[in-house]
Design a protein around this ligand. Structure first.
Ligand SMILES: *Cc1c(COP(=O)(O)O)cnc(C)c1O
Length: 437
């Protein structure tokens, strides 16, 4: 039976998108925004407040995309807004040090036992790109190992996917990346100890670093066994390679000290982004004092940024992280998320629907599968995304905004109230009824 949708009005967004196509490739400034994997065209957002956003047609949504993770305190948070407003009359950027950089760094480093020094940059991509350079500079080795299903931003070395065969050089996953760059990046599957052992056997003394997302959350939510992450720590140490945790999502999300603390594992370099700037463009990478001494001007690894550590972004970051550092903040988010997921799981079980909700901290992911655990990208059935598309459309029509791709996770913020979550639960139940009708 063909599904009958009662679609909300989206004409004004559609018209803005038509105009945007004249200005930007695909009408957007970041590809996933183009709604290619879901029904319709992108919603143009006019404003956000707490858990809600409003689009150009005046539709109101409870937002679970949260700008792809940064907005753990919701939209228009009072403290962040006031901190930004307070900074504005003093100037937007100087390209000279300010005390705000010290304040944000102190706030982070005094509560994070996994890094001793850090460097602020302006995006997650920049943080990871710089971390890779640091690893190469420090180890004087060129190759890096990454995992299929992990995203680390759009720098050349990391836009590489697995080639054919167990241990091969990667293939570029974007046009414009030189093949010689891909030759320095080895890509293997997650949760595969044998493959990594093989890599270290084949390329012993050549691997600068192994990089993994704190918890892979860019291609579904691929929660790894702690034993596997411990294995990564051990094998890298045994071979003189560095372990990089890309915590651009998990940093300040799984707890103030991110995935490193969640696993109780000391990586060599950690990258941050998203939440760290309270909604402003900030990234960072951090490591031991010894490693960070390699960065210019102390050391020979060059890395710079005109707007790095700019005072407005720092002010937003300080306000955000001050709130996150409060006792019980993360427990509260996790409890809320668990309750939300549990209620939905009960309904799914009662109805016998083939869908799982994977969750960790305040992150959740809907997977239309009967598998009760998914640890690798390979285990995700691309065909299951058809069901997500239907759910996504049914949710938008009920005022619930999820990320426009079934590979994207959802985020619960401090601004989501019990009432918001109750409304959302009812909407999701209805959306699932439509998917499985
Ligand atoms: C978002 C993300 C990046 C890239 O960050 P940008 O700020 O988009 O450049 C890198 N790594 C991970 C794990 C991410 O989630």
């Amino acid at each position: 039976m063909a599904i009958q949708f009662q679609d909300i009005s989206r004409e004004k967004s559609a018209a803005l998108f038509e105009t945007a196509k004249n200005f930007f490739p695909g009408g957007v400034n970041s590809p996933v925004r183009a709604f290619k994997s879901v029904y319709g065209t992108p919603l143009f957002i006019e404003r956000g407040d707490k858990s809600r956003i409003w689009d150009a047609d005046g539709n109101e949504f409870i937002d679970f995309c949260c700008s792809w993770g940064p907005l753990i305190l919701g939209h228009n948070n009072d403290e962040i807004r006031e901190a930004v407003i307070k900074q504005l009359p003093n100037g937007l950027s100087f390209g000279a040090p300010t005390r705000l950089e010290n304040q944000l760094a102190d706030l982070i480093l005094s509560k994070n036992k996994y890094i001793e020094k850090l460097r602020f940059v302006s995006s997650g991509t920049e943080a990871v790109m710089s971390a890779i350079r640091l690893a190469r500079g420090y180890t004087k080795r060129d190759k890096i190992v990454k995992f299929e299903g992990c995203y680390h931003g759009h720098s050349d070395s990391l836009l590489v996917k697995a080639g054919s065969g167990l241990v091969t050089f990667g293939e570029t996953s974007s046009a414009g990346v030189p093949k010689s760059f891909a030759d320095e990046t080895i890509v293997i599957g997650l949760n595969d100890t044998k493959a990594l052992e093989e890599v270290f056997k084949t390329f012993d003394n050549q691997i600068a670093a192994v990089i993994i997302e704190g918890v892979p959350a860019n291609n579904g939510l691929l929660i790894q066994d702690p034993a596997y992450v411990n294995f990564l720590r051990k094998i890298t140490k045994d071979h003189g390679s560095l372990l990089i945790f890309d915590e651009v999502i998990t940093g300040f999300r799984l707890g103030f000290q991110g995935a490193a603390h969640y696993y109780g594992i000391q990586p060599d370099i950690i990258t941050y982004g998203k939440i760290i700037g309270g909604g402003m463009p900030v990234g960072a990478y951090g490591a031991s004092k010894e490693l960070m001494a390699e960065i210019s001007p102390d050391g020979g690894v060059y890395q710079a940024g005109t707007l790095s550590g700019n005072p407005v972004a720092m002010a937003a970051g300080i306000a955000a992280l001050t709130l996150l550092a409060q006792e019980g903040f993360y427990e509260k988010q996790e409890l809320k998320t668990r309750g939300f997921v549990q209620t939905l799981e009960n309904y799914i079980k009662e109805k016998g629907y083939v869908v799982q909700i994977f969750t960790i901290g305040s992150i959740f992911w809907f997977a239309f599968t009967d598998k009760t655990s998914i640890k690798t990208a390979e285990e995700i059935d691309p065909k299951s995304m058809e069901s997500y598309k239907i759910m996504h459309r049914a949710l938008l029509n009920q005022g619930i905004y999820f990320g426009p791709s079934g590979y994207e996770v959802g985020f619960i913020s401090d601004a989501h109230t019990t009432e918001d979550l109750d409304i959302t639960i009812q909407a999701i139940k209805h959306a699932l009824d439509i998917v499985f009708q």
